[in-house]
Design a protein around this ligand. Structure first.
Ligand SMILES: *[C@@H]1O[C@H](CO)[C@@H](O)[C@H](O)[C@H]1NC(C)=O
Ligand SMILES: *[C@@H]1O[C@H](CO)[C@@H](O)[C@H](O)[C@H]1NC(C)=O
Ligand SMILES: *[C@@H]1O[C@H](CO)[C@@H](O)[C@H](O)[C@H]1NC(C)=O
Length: 745
């Protein structure tokens, strides 16, 4: 029975101090959303405490009374602040309370205590995207699934701007009778059926915008003529425009407290949501038995709720993925086939395709002098160099260039700025609205422009043209540079992220009422939540694991020019960049076969990874003990993607698929692999005569001639019938597949 001490808080604090990355999983300039309680010098700290369940039959009040038996009877200070801040009943038996360290020691000694965690502050990590994902009005999946009719999408976020036209309820029927939630907002209707604040202000209003954006992406209704200041004009809608929305406000401008996130999950489970969408996460990956989100989400999935989470915005550095527990659906971010054109025409006749959110409607055709110099290399203008009348070419800083830098250049009289990506961002242009003549270009184009400016010196000139929204950009999707990469540092044998979805320059609702273009895995997540809602509407009896399997095995491995999906450097993206592939909603609704997982499978896996201690914390079922459960290695979990050892050969994993397609179906194994990877599938044919029938097969992998510097090689297995292709990536990685949890390579 352990508790975490300051160990976790420290890295968060450091990162919060040095990084202007926001507390939500989107890439935005606004600094300082992450204020870990640096000023919390008082001896009291907030702890999330897990305890054993109260005597059976206890109601909400009974839970509270049981929890209070763990706490000191004294109130805090002269103001008499209560100890108990949140009392949980659904997500787990436990509570949040303010305690001193010595009081916590006393709590930990009481019978029934399980575990305690200090309350951490986490980071919160579209008009065109439904069409890009193949969803069209009146046809196919949208009409089959009734646009997500009858499904409730719960979001844990910053609140909601309830009167936005995206949350109008035209065409949306009343919620199903199982709905038990309440709605406290300026407008509640059949679209917005739930709105609740867990942050203590009793006000679900979205002071940030993030929650309004994610809600409308998942399940916003149709709004004609949406645009961000004239950019990206079209009819906006969420992925499941017929579904209901329930907002649980768990984040403030200071970030999202774990105690509040857990309170939001607790309420959402009680209220009866079908899908939970979390565009937030911790900065560092946390062992699942120490992660209240992973622990809480386990309760949600055991009740049939699918939990969709952002992978984080810490790419392209490997292994910084968050929300990587196997029972979560972890979403990476990619580009869409749309750009907001701004051309840079150089004096030497070259045209560079840039992008700008501030589109100038009547640009001058007069060329501006171009300046690239050490003095302004990162757009700084400390020594007030002569920038007047010139266009400054400068490089974006990590993670994002400050508005104030650009503003200082403009105030000093610059005619404009060509802002080019840093090398790590490569081809990913995460657009920002500088409200000035700023054109953003890729790293490669930036180098071309800088080289020209350096060599042509005083003769260097450029003109700008603007062509607004351009569709059909090729290649797309491309994995966005900021999208966090696998492998998971906790469980190497389960491929993470799971899936790629649109997350770069996404237009969606914003308080105002208006629309705004922002980027992040926060934006990719609700796309997948919307897809899960559509599938749930068609297949209400499918488990969260079956819905995940359907989304993964039907995803696209290729882009819109028919080649492998690329990463931000325009190299071939790996499974650790993009997961199984790019989400394909229409195909996900009809996968043919699914790789299902039940609570016992996960329990066996948790026993393998953490032993009884993990079982008590995460699964919390007194009828289960690790001694009686078959231990399940991560590589043997019935996951819809395959991870094997690169070094121990031959290496065999076993999987079981369930027929959810036509009763009489025959599938043949088809393997795609590089020459260094040999794959045998046994049996090679699966014959089904009933719906719901299961078939088990072995996949044996032998890798040979792999260079010592290569960490992993990748192939794929597809089960192919007349109607379906059920594809799983196969990743062979060093270190996976050991008898005990593997250390990272
Ligand atoms: C799609 O259909 C909905 C109603 O079913 C309608 O409100 C919306 O305007 C339509 N969108 C387009 C782009 O035609
Ligand atoms: C502007 O966009 C339109 C429509 O996408 C396209 O046909 C045209 O070629 C573009 N013009 C330039 C100069 O890029
Ligand atoms: C799969 O492998 C296991 C263990 O190696 C073996 O017992 C089983 O017979 C194999 N099944 C098939 C269908 O090859």
């Amino acid at each position: 029975m352990a508790f975490l001490t300051n160990l976790i808080l420290l890295p968060l604090l450091l990162l919060a101090t040095f990084s202007p990355t926001p507390s939500v999983c989107y890439v935005s300039p606004s600094a300082g959303r992450v204020h870990q309680s640096a000023t919390q010098t008082s001896a009291y700290r907030t702890y999330i405490v897990l305890v054993q369940p109260p005597p059976s039959g206890a109601d909400g009040e009974g839970h509270r009374r049981w929890y209070e038996t763990f706490l000191p009877s004294s109130k805090i200070g002269e103001s008499g602040e209560p100890r108990l801040l949140h009392s949980y009943t659904e997500v787990f038996s436990g509570f949040t309370a303010k305690l001193t360290e010595s009081e916590l020691d006393a709590v930990a000694k009481k019978p029934g205590f399980v575990r305690a965690f200090p309350d951490r502050t986490l980071q919160l990590m579209t008009t065109h995207t439904p069409e890009f994902l193949g969803l069209r009005n009146g046809t196919g999946l949208w009409s089959d699934a009734g646009y997500g009719k009858g499904v409730i999408v719960g979001l844990l976020d910053t609140g909601i701007y309830a009167s936005h036209p995206s949350f109008d309820d035209h065409g949306v029927p009343p919620p199903p009778s199982k709905w038990k939630g309440s709605c406290k907002a300026v407008r509640c209707n059949n679209k917005l059926i739930g709105a609740k604040s867990l942050v203590g202000d009793d006000n679900s209003y979205d002071y940030d915008g993030h929650g309004t954006h994610t809600s409308s992406t998942a399940a916003g209704n149709f709004v004609a003529g949406a645009s961000d200041q004239g950019v990206g004009t079209g009819t906006a809608s969420g992925i499941a425009p017929g579904a209901h929305i329930a907002m649980y406000k768990v984040c403030t401008k200071k970030g999202c407290k774990e105690s509040m996130i857990v309170a939001g999950m607790d309420a959402a489970i009680k209220d009866g949501v079908d899908v939970l969408s979390l565009s937030l996460g911790s900065f560092t990956s946390v062992s699942f038995n120490n992660d209240p989100i992973a622990i809480g989400a386990f309760s949600a999935i055991s009740k049939g709720i699918i939990v969709v989470c952002a992978a984080g915005n810490r790419g392209p550095t490997p292994q910084l993925i968050t929300n990587d527990a196997p029972w979560l659906l972890t979403v990476a971010a990619g580009s869409v086939d749309r750009r907001f054109d701004a051309g840079v025409h150089l004096g030497n006749g070259k045209r560079i395709d840039g992008e700008a959110l501030t589109q100038v409607t009547k640009p001058t055709s007069k060329p501006y002098p171009l300046l690239y110099s050490e003095q302004h290399r990162f757009c700084q203008n400390e020594d007030h160099g002569s920038v007047a009348g010139k266009v400054i070419v400068c490089q974006s800083t990590t993670p994002t260039t400050r508005y104030s830098d650009i503003e200082r250049l403009m105030v000093a009289g610059a005619a404009g700025v060509v802002l080019f990506n840093n090398e790590a961002a490569g081809y990913t242009i995460a657009l920002r609205d500088f409200k000035a003549r700023v054109v953003q270009v890729t790293y490669a184009d930036g180098i071309t422009i800088a080289d020209y400016a350096k060599s042509a010196l005083n003769d260097a000139v450029a003109t700008f043209t603007y062509n607004n929204t351009v569709l059909g950009v090729r290649p797309s999707p491309v994995v966005a540079s900021f999208s966090s990469r696998g492998p998971s540092s906790i469980s190497l044998g389960v491929l993470k992220p799971d899936i790629l979805a649109p997350g770069l320059n996404i237009l969606a609702a914003w308080p105002g009422p208006s629309f705004k273009i922002i980027s992040g895995t926060s934006m990719a997540t609700p796309h997948v939540s919307g897809v899960a809602a559509l599938i749930k509407s068609l297949h209400p009896d499918w488990s969260p694991a079956a819905i995940k399997s359907a989304i993964l095995t039907t995803s696209d491995a290729v882009n819109n020019i028919g080649t492998s999906i690329l990463n931000e450097r325009h190299g071939k993206a790996s499974a650790y960049d993009r997961g199984a592939g790019h989400v394909n909603p229409a195909k996900a609704a009809d996968p043919g076969l699914v790789y299902d997982l039940g609570m016992t499978d996960y329990a066996g896996y948790i026993c393998w990874l953490f032993g009884d201690e993990g079982l008590v914390t995460i699964v919390r079922k007194s009828s289960l003990s690790c001694a009686k459960l078959p231990k399940v290695k991560d590589v043997q979990l019935n996951y819809p993607t395959l991870t094997v050892s690169l070094t121990s050969m031959p290496f065999t994993v076993t999987r079981t698929v369930t027929n959810v397609g036509p009763a009489d179906s025959t599938y043949a194994a088809k393997v795609d692999s590089p020459s260094s990877m040999t794959v045998h599938v046994s049996p090679e044919t699966l014959v089904f005569s009933k719906v719901g029938e299961k078939r088990t097969f072995n996949v044996t992998v032998i890798c040979q001639g792999v260079g010592a510097s290569e960490m992993f090689v990748e192939g794929s297995l597809s089960w192919v019938s007349k109607k379906h292709v059920v594809r799983s990536p196969i990743v062979a990685i060093r270190g996976a597949g050991g008898p005990t949890p593997a250390p990272l390579p």
